[in-house]
Design a protein around this ligand. Sequence first.
Ligand code: KPL
Length: 304
Amino acid sequence: MKITVLGCGALGQIWLAALARQGHEVQGWLRVPQPYCSANVVDPQGEVSNHTFIANDPLFLTESQLLLVTLKAPQVSPAVKNLQSVLPTHAPILLLHNGMGTLEELKDLRQPLLRGITTHAAMRDGTVIKHIAHGITHIGPANRESAALSDIADILHQALPDVAWHDNIAAASWRKLAINCVINPMTVEHDCQNGALRAWPEQVALLCEEIAWVMEREGQHMAVDNLRDIIYDVIDSTAANTSSMLQDVRAQRLTEIDYITGYLLRRARAQGISLPENTRLYDLIKRKESHYERERIGSGLPGT
Ligand code: KPL
């Protein structure tokens, strides 16, 4: 299969390497155009692989049979809208990012749109991508055109298992959103790894109550106790992780807060519900972002 991977960060490089290993023809697509991109990946067993792939080739894009988008949520819509007129109309676009809200931004796309959620853990360490832990990628249809594309899950599963197809991806998306609404901003507030969040059980409980309330109204019933158990399972299984939001804040990059807690608050507002603890955390992250954004502008450095 001919596949363009949009976004060559940690997740993008893991997919590029895995798809190429499986015999697919792949190219990377970077926001700042370059003729080549590299994937230097250390897998969870410690094995190193170095590959160079072509990048930003418009001809390759016109022949692509899948656009795999591994960008962070705030970068997704502008980048996809930029490429959609060149990508064949039958080529599915699979979005793999934290948070929700991009589907609404891309509702007018002609291509079949797929939504994915992944639990693979990876991080950049200098010039190397450390694939810390294998996970599951859940994918499913996000528009009418993509309802019958479960074959894609099988193809991707051969390259980087596990990949599971869901006819109703909204349930898995909300579950992941809830996890990210609790863990990501809390790790920033307390400046700690995921596992340390067990020290603030009242705050976890409060956030879960607010989130479960919105989920109920969105037709995604989840008992508060159940949600809390799911979140503690993730806190324990990713105890040594530095959450993606804390990594972004430490590197003074734009975070995904507008697509995580921001999305939850937009849905709550639409239902006339107020969420004080989620709002407080949202404001805290936005204040941090605007603080380093002001410093960046003051020093004349380019944005992230
Ligand atoms: O998705 C994550 C993230 O860091 O963005 C969790 C599940 C919190 C793991 O770190």
